[in-house]
Every structure is written in structure tokens, then in C-alpha cells.
Design a protein around this ligand. Structure first.
Ligand code: AMP
Ligand code: MN
Ligand code: ZN
Length: 941
């Protein structure tokens, strides 16, 4: 039966494709004739049905420029901060807790009447009504198919007396009228699941919600079995809603009866439900109140609600248009192919996917359509795979690809879309590789569409695209010029720094991982999803943004610990000030300590790595460096290794029956040794002889007091360096280090005596400390980029010692980020600290942390750089572990979080971030995913 049905579907499909091809050929012939007469071939010239074409003012347009938030007064700082941050923060500290919304039980039944608001005067009347209320309920409906960013198509507002449906399409340019009531802290706004609504209102109308009560958050605090609105409507009001209606086209006017009913219901009952939930929260507080338990249910629900208000809308940032979609489509397809295609096929495929995704992104922006409306994912993959050459082939390839996926999902979409049909020439050129330099594609297509006499309609949504495109090109060429001019480079070194080392694409991708029972486990980036999909350890359950469901049972779920941090959607903004244009990763627990933590305590890195803008980063880093010194003093463990001595000389010394005290006095700090050796090598002959003698003494004390040669000086430069640092130096110096020297020194270093009992000359260290040189920093960081995918993570001035001259030759030698040695070691450090993008690559099936066994750890330690804070970190951690065990380390982490909070006063930390965070998660003893068990599942790749 079923196979016969399948055959019929295939037959129909083939028939349809053939018919379409014929129709299309005719269409093409007709169009060619028409095109000779006029260039305006874009479908939009004839399509006047898109309501957003009437918008006069658009806050979030389709250009690549960042979203600008409301500025209440001009004197406000340049940062894109939350205009009502102060008001919201005040509510967080001092929640307004008189929730006497409804006087007793009011009849919540929905009457027949409601008010439709579509004129500005009606809107102003509504404002009058709302400003007299103490509370009102709100919900919004979106349209997202025929728009690039989506727009709010309806706003439902309910007071105790009346339901209002606000036509936010007709009133798009006037909605700001309601700004004051939404921002009024004395009026409570009740939403259900406000996360999206809050951002949509900012994006479309600069409306910011202050004083929110979110019934979904109340459910969370009360640990309700479900927190959907449908559940609440059923249990509290006995009414049923059909959530399928949320997918309706909310642009249509008039709205159908069912849609009006659905829309009203989403807001109407919220006040009643809020009242019930508040009563329950209050009851919990009186019932479960133990005197020293600080937890207050009402307070917590209010706090979580208002945290939502602090979020800021941002546009997604990509280094290249369509880049993230391209990489995910490519790898998904190539993975499903199981590596059967040749390298050149693969490269061509990836290149085509990249071009098509860039084209789709640009077209969607130009025409204000969603990506899926322009060209489906499956069409892109099929086009790139088959690389059809003629227009007719392209046409039928797209149709086939779209027919082959689930009919229910895309059946209402035209395939190929009108965008493809009217811009088919571009698709042809793309596939035929006619466009030489891919980067020229961008301005070229834009000019063709929107330039003088362009094919597509100009609008408030797309005009900035063209303007910014030109800008982008000129800015880029200017920067090239700057690179050759030292003066200009110095002048704008900070800008360059921001540009180079801040994260280029969003760090958090908000892809989701669900457990096999459908509960959300965490957010992560695409690479992680792909890792699981590739190994058949998960199945894809959602496309945009993508989500997977694990096919195995993970041990240790976020909610096990009452810890909702891991399932908070993370924003790509500075957690300090909310800056969304540039940000770097910042490690709250300095790596010099963290790399020595036992594995099971390293697991919560996503909690302790946050995004910071360059300014906040600087503040945080400075505070951390200060605090390191405090730690050093408190534990009596100096920040730098105080004395080293050449191992051979040490043997000689102890062998020649000299007293032990002599041995103790011998040696020199590795930093001092480096500085001295470097200065002698570079400027020795030109130095005043007194100074030269001083420096020589320093180096000699390393070699047990014997006379030194040029080779000794060069070798002294390598002392204390990890192999990785050495390789870098080597690369920089070219051939100046003889190959034969290296292994020798390396060996010495491993057995070289590392004395830390002696006192560090603190004044000397602090004098060295903090002499930052931006140029050097930028140069160091550039080098880091090559080996370190986790760019911008180490601090701006990871160099905490040594003057500029030396830093410039040594690379980033004493950055504590490089406490671990060779290339492999560096990878390990990165994967530890960068859970989201790296962890799956090491072949473990561990949601939260990577594993590497003890032997690997010991290996790292032996390769520890003596120039950074690594040895200090190791001793501190060993001490904590010995004295206080795991708790000691947890408390140590909490201290660092406290330091961070006090320095930066972060205002945009994800809800759930906590100084006291313990985030313990480990695998079950018997789990196949227990790293100790060497699971067979992980050996599959
Ligand atoms: P709601 O408040 O639940 O009615 O949802 C508000 C808006 O979110 C709707 O108008 C839709 O645009 C969008 N939305 C929510 N859930 C979905 C979904 N599952 N599929 C498509 N759109 C959705
Ligand atoms: Mn709704
Ligand atoms: Zn067009």
C-alpha cells in the first residue's frame, strides 16, 4: 500500500517538475523579450501587498549596521545602553511588591466586546486609559515570513475592564505613543514568556518594558509541571486555546474571527492568572519561611521577570553575509555524505554553498524577505551539489529540492521563490563561477539591485544597505593604507585592536540541545550540534535556530542543581555594559589557576567565560592582576618563579661539597635572567661597563657563577620558556637558534631546579608590571590568532611583566595563557576553556567538559612555562586542594567571581549567573560516557 502511494508521489513530482520546466521556458522567453524593454524585472515592482512598504520610520533596517537603542538625552554616553536601566535596576533591588491587581475574584470570562485600535487618536485615548491603570496585560503577534527581521503585527492589551487589539501595522510609525506607560515603573505589565516580546517592542517601536510580571517566570519559581500559557489557561480558567493559530499570517486584515479570539485570549486571562500565581507565591513564602532562608518566592518571580527587561535587542553580526548558515549547511551535507566525495568536489561544494548563502542573505535584505522565503536550505545544498548551469536546470533543481522535503512544512511557499525567478541571472553567474573575486559579489549585486536605475524597489528598509556597502569598501581600503603607515597605525591602535581581536561573529549561537525526554539541556554553537549529528548521537529537531535531541541519556542535567544558567539564552553583548559591537571572551577565573584544577571542577566553563567589550575587559583584567598579587601575598606564593639555576651547574655545585646554603643562594629569577640576557645580546657592547657587569652577574648566577659566552646568553633566553613559547621565538628569530641547542635546553629545563622559597623582589616585579604598549599587544595578539582559535580570550595585556622592548621579541611569552606548552598542549588549554566551540573535537561525549587523563595533566605541568604565572597557579591550586579539597577550589572560584563583579559591576549577566555557582556535574559511575570508562561510542569517528 505504502509503496504504491510513494510511487504516485514520485510520479506526480516528476510530472510537476516537467510541467514547471515547460512553463518556465515559456516564462523565460517572454521575460527575455520584456527585459529588452525595461530593466525593472523585480517581482516587487508588481507586488504591492507587503504592508511594511508603508512604514515611514524603521528602527531596525536590513543593513549590516548595528541597532541603535533609544537615547533619552543626548548627554548619555555613546554606548548602546539600556535607556531605562536605572529604573529596572531599582526594581531589581527594591521590587514593587504590592500586587493587589484584582480586588477579590473577578469574573474572568471573555465578553463579546473588544476595542480595535487603528488610528493615532484612538491610540492616544488608549494611552490615557492605560496611564490610569496600575496593571495591564500584554501580548504581541509577529510576522516573519515576508520580512527579513520580522515585525510586530498586533499588540494585545488587556485591562481588567477591556481588551484592546492594537493594529501595530497601521500604527507602526506612531506606536511610540505608548512608550511612557510601558516604561512607567509604577505600572505593572503582565506578559507570559516575555523574552521575545520585550525585544520585538524595542526593535520596532523603541518601547522598553519596565516593571514586568512574567507568568512563565512565576511558574518556574513555583516549579509548576508546565509553564506554557495553554497549560495555565486550562488549569486556572478552564479554557482551551489552539496554539497552531500563532503561526497564522498576522498581517491579514481584517483578522478572522478565530484569530481575534486567539489573540484576545493570549492577553485577556493573564491578569487573572497572575493574581492566582502571586497568591501561590505569597503562600509559599508564609508556609516555607525559615528565618535564615533568604529565598523569597514573590521576590524571585519579580526579579526574574525584570531581568528579562534588561535584555537589549541586537542584530546578528556575521563576518561575511550568510556565513554561519553556509558553514552549517556545508558540514551537515558533507557529514551525511560520509566523506565519499573527493577533496576538489568538497571544495567546490563548500564554495558554492558560501556564495549561495551570501546571495540569499543579501537578497533577503534587499527585498525584505525571510531567508527561507528567498531560497530554502535544501535548495542551496542541492544546487551546490549538482551545480546546474542553465537557468532551466537551476529552476527545476530548486523545485525538486523543495518538493522532496516534507510537504506540510513548505507547501505554502512558492518554489522557486519570486526572488529567485526575477534574479535568476545572478544565480546563474554564481553557479557558473562568472564572478571572479567572491568579495566583489557584494557591491556588484547591490549596485545592480539598488544602484542608479536598479532593478528592485528602494525602501526605508534597504536604503542603508547601499550606503553602508560603499562605506564598508572605503573603510576597508583605508585600513590597508594605514597598515603601511606607522603613524596612522599608532594613532588608531585601539580601534585596530578592537577590530582585530574582538570576536568577529556571535560567540553564542543559541543552538539548543535537548535531552531525549525533550528537556532543554543547554545552548551551544553550531559546531557542537554538528559533532553530535555526525556521530548519530542526536537527531535534528528544529531548524532555525537549530536544535538537536540527544539519543542517549546524559548524566547531570542543568535542572538537577536548580541551576538555570545553562539554559539561558545568551546574548552577544558585553555582560558589563551591554555594548554589542565588539566584545572579547574573558575568563573570570584566570587560566594560570584553572588549568591546574581537577577535571571535574573545570566543567562549568561556560559560566565563567563571559563576553566583555574592550573597555570592560581592561577594567576586569586590571582587577584580576591586582587580585593575583593579593593571592600571592596571602598564600606566600610568589607570582613568578623566583630562582632558577642551570641544572648542570647545580650538579657541579652540590657535587663539589659546597654547603647547601650556597646552593640556595645560587640562581636567579627567570624573568630577570631573560631581561639581562636580552639586554646584553642586543646592547651589550654599547652599554656603560658598570651596567654591563651587573647584568653579566645576573646571568652568571644562573650558570653557577662561571664565565659566560654568547651561546650561554642565547640559551639563557630560552630558560623557563615552554616548548611552545620557544617555537614562537624561534619562528620570529628565524635561523638564529641552532637546531642542536633546542633539545638540550628543553631537557635541562625539565630537571632544572625551580626554587620558590626565596623571596621575590616585589618592587622589581611591580615596576615591570603594567607597562603596556598597545602596539606590542596588537602584534602579539595577531600572532596568537594563528594558533589560537579562541581569539581575544586572553586579556588585552596578558603580558604582566617585562618592558616593551623585550615583550616585542619574546612574543607573548609570559602570558599565563601559555603556561602550557606545545601545539597539542595549547589545544588542550583552548578546549578546556572554550567548551562551546572546541570540546566535541576531542572525541568525548561529554556535554559539559572535555576529558583528558591524569598522565596528560602531568605532561602539561612538566612543560609549564616558568616565565608566566603558571607555576604560581599550580602551587596555589595544589595548596587549596591539599588543605581544603574541592570546596577550597570552589570557594576560590567564588572569590574570583566576586572580584569580577566588584570591578566591572556587570549589568548584563545572564539570569542565573551566580557568584556562588557550583555547577557540579559529572557522569554516572556506570555511564558509558564516563571518561574513565573509555566508551566504545566515542571511538566511532
Ligand atoms: P504567541 O504569543 O504564543 O501567540 O506567539 C507570538 C508570535 O510568536 C506569533 O505571532 C508567531 O509569530 C511567533 N511564534 C511563536 N511560536 C511559534 C511557532 N512555533 N512557529 C512559528 N511562529 C511562532
Ligand atoms: Mn500571542
Ligand atoms: Zn529584486
Amino acid at each position: 500500500m505504502e509503496s504504491r502511494w510513494k510511487m504516485r508521489v514520485i510520479a506526480i513530482t516528476i510530472g510537476t517538475v516537467m510541467a514547471l520546466s515547460i512553463v518556465y521556458s515559456a516564462h523565460l522567453r517572454r521575460r527575455r523579450r520584456k527585459q529588452k524593454r525595461s530593466r525593472s524585472s523585480c517581482y516587487l515592482q508588481a507586488d504591492q501587498t507587503k504592508p511594511q512598504q508603508a512604514f515611514k520610520r524603521v528602527l531596525a533596517d536590513n543593513s549590516y549596521s548595528p541597532f541603535k537603542h533609544l537615547k533619552l538625552n543626548e548627554s548619555e554616553n555613546a554606548l548602546n545602553s539600556h535607556p531605562y536601566e536605572a529604573e529596572i535596576s531599582a526594581l531589581l533591588e527594591n521590587p514593587q511588591l504590592e500586587f493587589s491587581f484584582l480586588n477579590g475574584s473577578t469574573d474572568s470570562k471573555m465578553s463579546e466586546e473588544y476595542t480595535w485600535i487603528e488610528t493615532e487618536s484612538q491610540l492616544k485615548e488608549l494611552l490615557g486609559v492605560l496611564s490610569k491603570e496600575r496593571v495591564f496585560a500584554v501580548d504581541t503577534e509577529q510576522h516573519s515570513l515576508r520580512s527579513f527581521l520580522g515585525f510586530t503585527s498586533l499588540i494585545q492589551i488587556s485591562t481588567q475592564k477591556e481588551d484592546y487589539l492594537v493594529d501595530s501595522i497601521a500604527l507602526h510609525d506612531s506606536m511610540g505613543v505608548l512608550r511612557t506607560v510601558f516604561a512607567d515603573p509604577s505600572i505593572c505589565k503582565v506578559f507570559h514568556g516575555a523574552d521575545n516580546d520585550v525585544l520585538w517592542l524595542q526593535r520596532d517601536f523603541h518601547i522598553y518594558v519596565v516593571n514586568l510580571f512574567d507568568t512563565a517566570k512565576a511558574c518556574e519559581v513555583l516549579s509548576k509541571p508546565q509553564k506554557s500559557l495553554a497549560y495555565l489557561l486550562e488549569t486556572y480558567c478552564g479554557v482551551y486555546t489552539n496554539k497552531l493559530l500563532q503561526r497564522e499570517d498576522w498581517r491579514q486584515r481584517p483578522l478572522s474571527k478565530e484569530m481575534v479570539q486567539y489573540a484576545r485570549m493570549d492577553a485577556h486571562y493573564l491578569l487573572y492568572i497572575a493574581n492566582c500565581l502571586i497568591a501561590e507565591l505569597q503562600q509559599q513564602d508564609t508556609e516555607i519561611s525559615c528565618p535564615d532562608d533568604k529565598f523569597n518566592f514573590v521576590l524571585e518571580a519579580s526579579r526574574r521577570s525584570n531581568m528579562i527587561c534588561l535584555q537589549l535587542y541586537t542584530k546578528e553580526v556575521e563576518a561575511f553575509p550568510g556565513e554561519s548558515a553556509a558553514s552549517s549547511l556545508s558540514s551537515r551535507h558533507l557529514n551525511s555524505q560520509g566523506g565519499v566525495s573527493s577533496i576538489s568536489c568538497k571544495t567546490q561544494f563548500q564554495d558554492l554553498v558560501r556564495r549561495l548563502c551570501a546571495w540569499r542573505d543579501l537578497m533577503a535584505r534587499v527585498h525584505d524577505e525571510s531567508l527561507r522565503y528567498v531560497l530554502s536550505d535544501q535548495a542551496i545544498v542541492t544546487l551546490a551539489d549538482r551545480a546546474p548551469m542553465t537557468s532551466a536546470e537551476i529552476f527545476s533543481t530548486i523545485t525538486q529540492a523543495d518538493l522532496s522535503v516534507e510537504l506540510s512544512f513548505n507547501s505554502f511557499l512558492l518554489s522557486p521563490s519570486p526572488v529567485v525567478c526575477s534574479h535568476l541571472n545572478d544565480v546563474c553567474s554564481l553557479l557558473q563561477d562568472k564572478i571572479g573575486n567572491f568579495n566583489d559579489l557584494f557591491p556588484m549585486i547591490l549596485q545592480k539591485c539598488l544602484g542608479p536605475g536598479g532593478s528592485c524597489p528602494f525602501s526605508v528598509l534597504n536604503y542603508a544597505l547601499l550606503v553602508n556597502c560603499n562605506l564598508k569598501v572605503t573603510v576597508a581600503s583605508k585600513q590597508n593604507g594605514e597598515r603601511s603607515s606607522k603613524q596612522a597605525a599608532r594613532k588608531s591602535s585601539r580601534d585596530l585592536f578592537v577590530q582585530k581581536f574582538s570576536c568577529k561573529s556571535p560567540v553564542y549561537h543559541n543552538c539548543r540541545i535537548y535531552a531525549n525526554d525533550g528537556r532543554l539541556l543547554c545552548y551551544c554553537d553550531r559546531r557542537k550540534l554538528e559533532w553530535y549529528l555526525l556521530r548519530d548521537l542526536a537527531k535534528l529537531v528544529d531548524e532555525n535556530p537549530p536544535a538537536i535531541m540527544l539519543l542517549f541519556e546524559p548524566k547531570g542535567r542543568p535542572e538537577d542543581e536548580d541551576n538555570d544558567f545553562y539554559i539561558q539564552s545568551k546574548k552577544n553583548i558585553c555582560v558589563g555594559c551591554g555594548e554589542g559591537n565588539h566584545y572579547l571572551r574573558y575568563r573570570i577565573i584566570p587560566s594560570c589557576y584553572r588549568i591546574h584544577f581537577p577535571e571535574h571542577l573545570k566543567s562549568h566553563r561556560s559560566h565563567d567565560i563571559v563576553l566583555l567589550c574592550v573597555d570592560c575587559h581592561e577594567v576586569a583584567h586590571a582587577a584580576a592582576e591586582r587580585y593575583k598579587k593579593q593571592v600571592a601575598a596571602e598564600f606566600g606564593i610568589p607570582l613568578f618563579v623566583s630562582k632558577v639555576v642551570d641544572s648542570k651547574q647545580a650538579q657541579v655545585l652540590s657535587g663539589s661539597s659546597e654547603s647547601a646554603t650556597n646552593l640556595e643562594e645560587a640562581g636567579v629569577s627567570p624573568l630577570q635572567l631573560r631581561t639581562a640576557a636580552m639586554a646584553l645580546l642586543r646592547h651589550g657592547p654599547r652599554m656603560p661597563s658598570k651596567r654591563r657587569e651587573e647584568l653579566k652577574q645576573i646571568v652568571m648566577s644562573y650558570y653557577g657563577g662561571r664565565e659566560i659566552t654568547e651561546v650561554d646568553l642565547e640559551m639563557a633566553l630560552l630558560v623557563g620558556m615552554s616548548p611552545h613559547e620557544r617555537r614562537r621565538l624561534e619562528k620570529k628569530k628565524g635561523l638564529s637558534f641552532k637546531q642542536s641547542i633546542l633539545p638540550n635546553v628543553e631537557q635541562e629545563n625539565n630537571i632544572g631546579c625551580m626554587e620558590t622559597s626565596s623571596i621575590v623582589d616585589a618592587s622589581e616585579l611591580s615596576a615591570l608590571d603594567g607597562s603596556h604598549n598597545t602596539e606590542v599587544k596588537a602584534c602579539c595578539r595577531k600572532e596568537d590568532r594563528e594558533t589560537d582559535a579562541d581569539v581575544g580570550d586572553s586579556s588585552i595585556c596578558a603580558d604582566s611583566g617585562i618592558d616593551g622592548e623585550i615583550s616585542s621579541t619574546k612574543g607573548n611569552a609570559n602570558s599565563d595563557e601559555y603556561g602550557v606548552s606545545d601545539t597539542k598542549g595549547v589545544n588542550v588549554v583552548n578546549s578546556e576553556d572554550n567548551c562551546e566551540s572546541r570540546s566535541p573535537s576531542d572525541g568525548t561525549v561529554d556535554l559539559y567538559h572535555t576529558k583528558h587523563d591524569e598522565t596528560a595533566r602531568h605532561k602539561h605541568n612538566s612543560k609549564l612555562s616558568l616565565l608566566g604565572h603558571g607555576p604560581h597557579g599550580k602551587q596555589v591550586v595544589d595548596h587549596l586542594q591539599k588543605e581544603y579539597g574541592d570546596d577550597g577550589i570552589r570557594q576560590f572560584c567564588q572569590r574570583w567571581r566576586q572580584v569580577f563583579v566588584e570591578a566591572v559591576h556587570p549589568r548584563f549577566l545572564p539570569a542565573g549567573w551566580d557568584v556562588m555557582h557550583s555547577g557540579r556535574r559529572d557522569f554516572g559511575e556506570f555511564s558509558v560516557y564516563n571518561p574513565a570508562k573509555k566508551p566504545s561510542a566515542t571511538g566511532k569517528d
